[in-house]
Design a protein around this ligand. Sequence first.
Ligand SMILES: C[C@H](O)CC(=O)SCCNC(=O)CCNC(=O)[C@H](O)C(C)(C)COP(=O)(O)OP(=O)(O)OC[C@H]1O[C@@H](n2cnc3c(N)ncnc32)[C@H](O)[C@@H]1OP(=O)(O)O
Length: 723
Amino acid sequence: MAALKVTMEVGIDGVAVITIFNPPVNALAIPIIAGLKEKWTEATMRNDVKAIVLTGNGGRFSGGFDINVFQKVHATGDTSQMPDVSVNLVVNTMEDGKKPAVAAIEGLALGGGLELALGCHARIAAPRAQLGLPELSLGVMPGFGGTQRLPRLIGLSKAVELMMTSKPIMSEEGKMLGLIDAIVPSAELLKVSRQWALDIAERRKPWMRSLHKTDKIGSLSEAHEILKVAREQVKQTVKNMPQHLACIEVIEEGIIHGGYNGVLKEAKVFKDLLMSDTSKGLVHIFFSQRATSKVPNVTDIGLKPRTVKKVAVIGGGLMGSGIATALALSNTIVILKEINSEFLQKGMKAIEANVSGLVARKNLPQDKADKALSMVKGALDYSDFKDVDMVIEAVIENVPLKQKIFSEIEKVCPPHCILATNTSTIDLNIIGENTTSKDRIIGAHFFSPAHIMPLLEIVRTEKTSAQAILDLMAVGKAIKKVPVVVGNCTGFAVNRTFFPYSQGAHILVNLGVDVFRIDTQIASFGLPMGPFQLQDLTGYGVAVAVGKEFRSAFSDRTFKSPLIDLLIKSGRNGKNNGKGYYIYEKGSKPRPDFTVLPIIEESRRLANIMPGGKPISITDQEIVEMILFPVVNEACRVLDEGIVVRASDLDVTSVLGMSFPSYRGGIVFWADTVGAGHIYRSLKKWSELYGNFFKPSRFLEERATKGIPLSAPSTSSVSRSRM
Ligand SMILES: C[C@H](O)CC(=O)SCCNC(=O)CCNC(=O)[C@H](O)C(C)(C)COP(=O)(O)OP(=O)(O)OC[C@H]1O[C@@H](n2cnc3c(N)ncnc32)[C@H](O)[C@@H]1OP(=O)(O)O
């Protein structure tokens, strides 16, 4: 806390340099805002100050308003904790103040940080500084005047794009757009900014107030057209979230009634958005994601991650080639091993296709793509394994095959080498049964497509060493994944929690509910697609293999739907062969294939679970609940068994691994908003009607009866922890 301060130094040149100190990102905490106001007022009044430079300590200008305050507002419901920054500080004190001010930006200026810079009269940046207004990703919108000043500086169209996507740009692009006045090397940043501020004071450079600018906005009719297109895009791409349309409306207010009125409306709408469930969910996910990097007895015992330079990936199929791509993109030397040259060639081609896909979508420059491909070498034996730092096995889910591979690699790899498996379900103790290196065995569970999906589920056994876990966490971060450390069990944290998802959907279908209605309801809840479309996408083979694992591990609560076998028998295999629940045609959205209905009828006949042989009658909300409450129930068991460090880890994994809507805060956070009591009572009722699959877990029952949130830490899970 001692480090949190705002300082002011006045040089003999008459420039006051005001510096924000709040490591690590100079977040604008309440005392920082108060400090800025105080120092600015002092600089304005002092006769020896001609101009002001605003900067951030430690190479970062500012990461924006302190998001911890949002959490306090969410917890208390009291929005008066939000200070009046946009009018009191940015308009009255800074922009309309008597002394010109220049922002000297290094590292990053995001959210409220960039908005302070927009309130200055010029902006000088170091190379490759990140500039952005990511507030929509927290369920709010820019609240220190950004909705008004950014369009006036860079034009409406680009400003809307930056706000709607929450994506930052580099200072070089900012310079081209007119957001940045000059780019200078870091070492010269303060010197140039001081001189620039003096030049404004002495009228050698324009004293520009961005809120008063109009030249970049264009005519009213052009502005209306741009905002109309933006609204249409939002309606098509953004589901169930209010902040995008609200932000466009606030921008429009400023276009029609002037920037100052826009600022006033922004302040009001900002507070409304801050109180929305969307903001609560997204802010929760922001902090939960950061919490995953703190793992007790791993990250807090003074260990340092070792360098992992060379990694061998065994298996060049969909997962192996994706993992190899992710590693190569981050400059790791990769050995891709296959059993014959045909498979190896396929794997290498898949890596090439992954990389060129990124280039085609403009996510990767060609020179980086070439560099990545040069990092990968194919192999048909273990001769290149003698100096690898890590092996990631990614072959099919076959226990004897995996066991054989692990006993082989234990012999050929150096003693420090980490032995990882990408299995999505199989218990690690079974895979490593025939080895003596149990401390080096770890799960590196990637999600498909592995070079794109952000989650890395790291699975530890009781024997895995803290060093191996830390090393894999560091590799995960280096390849831009979010690593979450979990305990060992069938399906681990993510697939285990979500196995009831497709099971619940199959029970509903066999109870007589329409497949397409189920998919529609789940998609309108906020998942990217429903369970049947997802099954089409992953292929029915996966459903069969995974179903077998879960049935043997959790026989008391699994349902074997006859439907998948019937579909396979009738020659369907989902999107793979173009025949599934949906019809897939290039260039158009999947369309329901009604010829699947007789097969579903046959499944219902065989399953014979409809009460009285008649389809059940059910509301749309009950469809969502009968699919998601069993998922919550399994999450409760995962919590009870201590498979995750904290409940919010399941929120992060559900969002990043299963695409559960982030604005609902993740599976456990969402369950707490629904209430453990309602979930428990519903499951109890359905278990009496439809069987054990719905039976509430001990943990859920206890929480519901005692009125304790599911996310509250549990004393019993500490004692049972597998972490
Ligand atoms: C009114 C205004 O318009 C409203 C706003 O300004 S809302 C805030 C807008 N700003 C943002 O959304 C930026 C959020 N932050 C980030 O994206 C990233 O943290 C970053 C790009 C700044 C830095 O990333 P990186 O270097 O990977 O560090 P990261 O681990 O994320 O953050 C470091 C620490 O700073 C904290 N932090 C980052 N930004 C913060 C913020 N704006 N407020 C409070 N804490 C913040 C993180 O919680 C983390 O804390 P921890 O070490 O205790 O877990």
